[in-house]
Design a protein around this ligand. Structure first.
Ligand code: IMP
Length: 455
């Protein structure tokens, strides 16, 4: 049995907490895309673990797999594994030999490209996490990337580095006019990455992910696919070019792990929704309440319809600061066209709605029910980001709900939620024609109301 967890918005929907709750019964937790751009916080026995690459299940004694669709920075991988070991855990992490490797030059180029874009006319700066994600996937698509399996064979490693590194150095020096250092030096990189390969081999961490997972499933294991980022950041189905470079949507769980689409479709696909909207980085956001000048590229204060004060209140109460970058997030009302789009693309069989507690105490809660653009009403996301930017939301208004005792509600169950909050959740269920399996009512793992457990 599999459960695929997908962010329905722009990341930061609280996927980690839901993976934690639903993954408790799982044996294997798999990441299928992205790299160390994906911050997740796991609390175990009162201790907080902040991870950006290692699947969160590894903290709870599950096998954690980084699938072939991931891009892996070995430095981060070993840092996180060592930190967990220092804290007394024994994480079992496996890495696909087909996964691509992030090198130091990828990070440098990520930074340079963002800087150049920020100086261009077209507001092209994405606001990336600076982890080298885009440049690594670029190399994968250009067929000159290096894969985890290449680190295990020194001859192949040297051969591949000798081809690609001079190209990267020329790009940095001749196109962008910056000085390069050891991060663009074949010999230095060879030594460093050969030693990573030796450690991966010594600790028997690498796997043929598709075969490994198929065997585990055949042996009766339950597998959770843990999507990072969210549908709006999907390179195909998100708000291009303000996206990440991989597929967080459910199709990615198959291509990014090596199990067939039938395996994913045979299981549950749970869309994770935050009761409002947040976004880090550039791109339109029709239901935006407010961002932070200086932290959101291109963001300007005092635009009509914005309510900075309410945005600040939600940001503070909801802890809306990036786990990886620490950046304050932009905040907006729930955008239902985004959710309809996400539901169609990934085929959600259930939903988890988080941060319902964060909106408590607000007198009137709004949702962007549909958009109007050029006189036409749209119920889903238009295919071009420019058109999305021209959309005006048509709001629906809900009575707010009072503050409530999260632990009591989590203990008593769904019916203990304030009636107004239930009306809000039932609206979401109806609009997406998908049942709400779980409701997040607080940051702690125990503060989740589970109505239906997919495993
Ligand atoms: P990149 O993935 O670092 O290339 O960044 C591309 C876009 O995705 C930027 O807007 C980032 O802010 C956003 N992004 C990447 N990872 C996350 C995440 O884990 N949560 C929210 N946004 C993310």
């Amino acid at each position: 049995m599999t459960v695929t967890i997908v962010g329905a918005q722009f990341g930061d929907e609280g996927k980690g907490g839901i993976v934690d709750v639903f993954g408790e019964a799982a044996d294997v937790v798999v990441r299928y895309q992205g790299g160390d751009n994906a911050g997740h916080t796991v609390v175990r026995e009162g201790t907080e673990y902040k991870l950006s690459l290692v699947p969160s299940g590894a903290v709870r004694g599950k096998v954690g797999v980084l699938g072939n669709g991931c891009v892996v920075n070995p430095e981060t991988l070993f840092d996180e594994v060592d930190t967990l070991r220092d804290r007394g855990l024994d994480p079992d992490v496996r890495v696909a030999r087909r996964a691509h490797v992030i090198f130091p030059y990828h990070r440098v180029l990520d930074g340079i490209e963002e800087e150049v874009k920020s100086e261009s006319d077209g507001n092209l700066e994405v606001g990336t996490t600076g982890r080298g994600i885009g440049p690594t996937y670029e190399d994968k698509a250009a067929r000159h990337g290096l894969r985890v399996g290449d680190l295990l064979d020194p001859d192949v490693l040297r051969e591949r580095l000798s081809y690609v590194v001079p190209k990267k150095r020329a790009l940095a020096e001749e196109v962008y006019g910056v000085d390069t250092d050891d991060r663009f030096d074949v010999d230095a990189l060879f030594e460093q990455y050969r030693s990573y390969g030796e450690r991966l081999a010594r600790e028997e961490m690498t796997v043929n992910a598709g075969a490994f997972l198929t065997d585990r499933l055949a042996a009766g294991d339950d597998v959770v696919f843990e999507g990072a980022q969210g549908t709006g950041l999907d390179i195909d189905h998100g708000t291009y070019p303000y996206v990440t470079s991989s597929n967080p949507t459910a199709g990615g769980a198959s291509t990014g792990s090596g199990v067939s689409p039938a395996v994913v479709a045979d299981g549950e696909v749970v869309g994770i929704v935050k009761a409002y909207l947040s976004r880090v980085g550039t791109g339109p956001m029709p239901t935006e309440l407010g961002g932070v000048v200086g932290d959101t590229p291109g963001y300007e204060e005092d635009t009509e319809g914005r309510r900075e004060e309410l945005a600040t209140r939600i940001r503070e109460d909801g802890g809306e600061y990036g786990t990886v970058t620490g950046r304050p997030r932009r905040v907006g009302w729930l955008d239902v066209p985004v959710l309809r789009h996400a539901t169609r693309v990934s085929g959600f069989t259930g939903l988890a709605v988080n941060h319902v507690d964060t909106l408590a105490g607000i007198e009137e809660v709004r949702v962007g029910h549909s958009y109007t653009v050029e006189g036409e009403e749209l119920h889903s996301l238009p295919a071009t980001t420019e058109r999305w930017g021209d959309c005006t939301p048509n709001f629906r208004t809900f009575d707010g709900w009072p503050e409530f005792d999260s632990s009591a509600v989590a203990a008593e169950g769904y019916d203990a939620l304030p009636a107004e909050a239930r009306a809000y959740l039932e609206y979401i269920e109806d609009e997406l024609d998908t049942p709400v399996y779980a409701v997040g009512v607080g940051p702690g793992r125990s503060e989740t109301v589970v109505r239906e457990h997919p495993l």
